[in-house]
Design a protein around this ligand. Structure first.
Ligand code: F6P
Length: 237
């Protein structure tokens, strides 16, 4: 089994005000979270390495008892593969995730546009209150399928995206995550992580826009032979 760690970026002022989208930097609380996250990730990934190294030492020590030295060859090969199977940190291309990853050192970082937050189109930069006031028909009051409240999964922001659009653009990310043999830390955004989490936790499509993915919390998913296990670590409020 190898873990996938999912987390939202550290808090930004827009989160406090309920302002969506944008490309803001971290608030004071967000700055604190990035340090706590780096500390957690450093320890967590190191413990993964320790487990693998223990396994290799075991294989190597077995080698002297194996007449064909097959185990030795196997152990060496695994060690070689292990070196190239680097743990990775994936972020979106928005600065709040890149800044959140910045204190994590020693692991390659990859930026994915597909991990960017849902595009709120003409509503980008507005608060939920402003959307409600300025575009009530978009928000909730008109009882047709264009209303976000009625169908949050299918609702597409004007000149933006729907949750279904986000799910579709995540396909290459999911394929790549499935292929990884080493732990990956994904630092992304609320809507995107709802979709990723739902894929691994096998949650129904309709639930995706409503799944709880709080700030400053790490969701660890372990994919093993017996299925998927989940742990949540709340690093701060
Ligand atoms: O509020 C933070 C945020 O990441 C916004 O940028 C985004 O539009 C929103 O969450 C997605 O959540 P919801 O679909 O519940 O509005």
């Amino acid at each position: 089994p190898r873990p996938i760690l999912l987390t939202r970026h550290g808090e930004i002022q827009d989160n406090v005000r309920g302002r969506i989208g944008g490309d803001a930097a971290l608030s004071e609380a967000g700055e604190l979270y990035k340090k706590k996250l780096a500390n957690f990730v450093g320890k967590r990934l190191k413990s993964e390495r320790a487990a693998s190294v223990r396994f290799f030492i075991y294989i190597d020590s077995m080698s002297s008892f194996c007449p064909l030295n097959l185990l030795w060859v196997f152990g060496r090969e695994e060690k070689r593969k292990h070196k190239t199977k680097n743990k990775k940190i994936w972020t979106s291309t928005l600065q709040r995730t890149i800044l959140t990853a910045s204190p994590i050192v020693g692991f390659p970082k990859i930026q994915w546009r597909a991990l960017d937050e849902i595009n709120a189109g003409v509503c980008d930069g507005m608060t939920y209150e402003e959307i409600k006031k300025n575009m009530p028909e978009e928000y909730e009051y008109v009882a047709d399928s264009r209303s976000r409240k009625k169908d949050k999964l299918r609702y597409r922001y004007p000149r933006g995206e729907s949750y279904l659009d986000v799910i579709q653009r995540l396909e290459p990310v999911i394929i790549e995550l499935e292929r990884q043999r080493a732990p990956v830390v994904v630092i992304s955004h609320q809507a995107v992580l709802r979709a990723l989490y739902a894929y691994f936790a096998d949650r129904p499509l309709q639930e995706i826009p409503h799944i709880e993915v709080p700030l400053h919390t790490i969701i660890e998913i372990q994919m093993g032979v017996t299925g998927v296990q989940e742990k949540r670590y709340k690093l701060m409020d």
